[in-house]
Design a protein around this ligand. Structure first.
Ligand SMILES: Nc1ncnc2c1ncn2[C@@H]1O[C@H](COP(=O)(O)OP(=O)(O)OP(=O)(O)O)[C@@H](O)[C@H]1O
Ligand SMILES: [Mg+2]
Length: 470
């Protein structure tokens, strides 16, 4: 008698239409899209009793008052800025994903952290990309040594699981290099990354082990692999910076145990990665106040405030449609603000290429940078520099009105600390900042046109349309 065929353990599902196929196909037979079939593990069928709708108690909800919780005990990593970005230290049993460009220093940072943690607990460093001797060489170069730091050169996740033993912290370097035996696809494929991450999450939560997982980023700068990778993690960090200079920024983009706005500043030295405490001048240039097109804004990120310079450049369009390019500022925001300046203040940009850059490689996502972008653009269009000691913040609406922003007093305080003499701010924030009036000149403004006038700039080639009436 022929034996019953074995049910397949994996299947291929189209990410666009959900079509299921037993084998990988280059083109989805249903929706016709190419390269959308992804491997998935087939989950066990639910028990017939449950399927038939027969009541079967499998789990029970609890009232809020009956739910106990353990206090998160946070462990220090030995690098102050790293702790700040994590929200005050490493939470036991959490999953932290660290993404970054190749060679930026991800392995270096986590080697330093693991060596510090190994002073008090057993730490396992799973190096799937480098050999153990390479990691040892790095440790020796950084002057790190510990008998509690274990190295493992392994790519199979099941083998890693069997080697965990009593480890309290595990570093996976990197998620794209490990694979699980349940899937036949190659390590680093979307299905593998998702399955490995889910498996690590189950281990972390069931055995209360902290996982630091290194992830590679794509050319566009986002984490390689499925988006679900970021959903599974408790904390997602990006390590950024330019290879040429030694400064690095660590940004939290998701944090279940702290603020997701936090930014840490580091310096890459011969002895490894060090925290930078004096970052006041890091995001400001020497040409400030001399060259046209730059404006400074106090930016609030997490628990800290930093004054950041925005530089713009306007060049005549030589051919075709004008170009707009932004680094560190949202592209759409730049386009909208250019339209506001054209329509509400009569500054034409239709025949100019516009470039904008936030100094020091920082990213400014807050609405409060709007006004400084407008000021920098108006300064560049007029070819008149903005005073070196003036800082600007406020949100700009499509009507050209300036809206209030959060933490206005904190921003003004940071401007005072960094040596600024005057600050242009939304009129509705002026009252909250009045306590600083004796230390810094406060210039409240209501409309973009008013701000441009205050800076001594003129709208070019168009009648002035300052104020509300147009
Ligand atoms: N011998 C050395 N002396 C000083 N700095 C070094 C030395 N070797 C490496 N580095 C620095 O360390 C950086 C690489 O660090 P690391 O290997 O931690 O990066 P990574 O982000 O893990 O890279 P990858 O993506 O390749 O794994 C290099 O860019 C370099 O600046
Ligand atoms: Mg590495």
């Amino acid at each position: 008698m022929a034996s019953k065929p074995k049910a397949p353990s994996t299947q291929f599902v189209c990410t666009e239409c959900g079509c299921i196929a037993p084998k990988w196909l280059g083109k989805c037979p249903d929706c016709g899209n190419f390269n959308t079939m992804e491997e998935e593990v087939v989950r066990a069928e639910p028990a017939p009793l449950a399927r038939a709708g027969v009541s079967q108690v499998r789990t029970r909800a609890l009232p809020l008052s009956k739910i106990g919780y353990e206090k998160f005990d946070r462990v220090k990593s030995g690098i102050a800025e790293f702790d700040t970005v994590l929200g005050g230290g490493i939470v036991r049993g959490s999953l932290v994903l660290l993404g970054g460009d190749p060679g930026i220093g991800k392995s270096t940072l986590l080697t330093q952290v693991s060596a510090h943690l190994a002073k008090t607990q057993k730490v396992l460093y799973v190096s799937a990309e480098e050999s153990c001797s390479q990691v040892k060489m790095r440790c020796e170069r950084l002057g790190l040594t510990s008998d509690n730091l274990y190295l493992l050169n392994e790519t199979c996740l099941e083998d890693v699981e069997s080697a965990l033993e009593e480890s309290q912290t595990v570093i996976i370097d990197s998620i794209q290099a490990v694979y699980t035996e349940t899937l036949s696809s190659a390590a680093g494929s979307v299905g593998q990354v998702r399955e490995c991450a889910a498996k690590l999450m189950r281990i972390a939560k069931s055995r209360n082990i902290t996982f630091f997982i290194i992830g590679h980023v794509t050319k566009e700068g986002s984490l390689a692999g499925p988006k679900v990778l970021e959903h599974i993690m408790d904390t997602v960090l990006y390590f950024e910076g330019q290879q040429e200079d030694n400064y690095r920024l660590l940004r939290a983009v998701k944090n279940r145990f702290g603020s997701a706005q936090e930014v840490g500043v580091f310096e890459m030295t011969d002895e490894g990665i060090k925290s930078v405490n004096d970052y006041a001048q890091l995001f400001l240039s020497e040409s400030r106040g001399v060259a046209a097109g730059s404006a400074v804004t106090p930016s609030e990120s997490g628990n800290r405030c930093m004054t950041v310079e925005l530089q713009t450049l306007i060049a005549k369009t030589a051919f075709g449609a004008p170009r707009r390019m932004s680094l560190g500022v949202d592209y759409n925001k730049l386009v909208v603000l250019i339209a506001v300046l054209e329509k509400r203040c009569g500054i034409p940009f239709y025949s100019s290429d516009v470039y904008i850059n936030a100094m020091g490689g920082i990213r400014l996502g807050e609405p409060s940078v709007d006004l400084a972008i407008c000021a920098a653009l108006a300064s560049a269009a007029n070819d008149v520099p903005i005073d070196r000691y003036t800082a600007i913040f406020g949100e700009v609406g499509l009507t050209g009105e300036i809206r209030p922003v959060s933490y206005a007093d904190k921003r003004v305080n940071e401007c005072i600390k960094t040596g600024f003499k005057r600050v242009i701010l939304p009129a509705k924030n002026a009252k909250a900042c009045q306590k600083y009036a004796d230390k810094i000149e406060l210039i409240p403004v209501q409309y973009v046109g008013q701000m441009i006038k205050t800076l001594g700039l003129k709208p070019a080639n168009a009648p002035p349309t300052f104020g509300a009436k147009e």
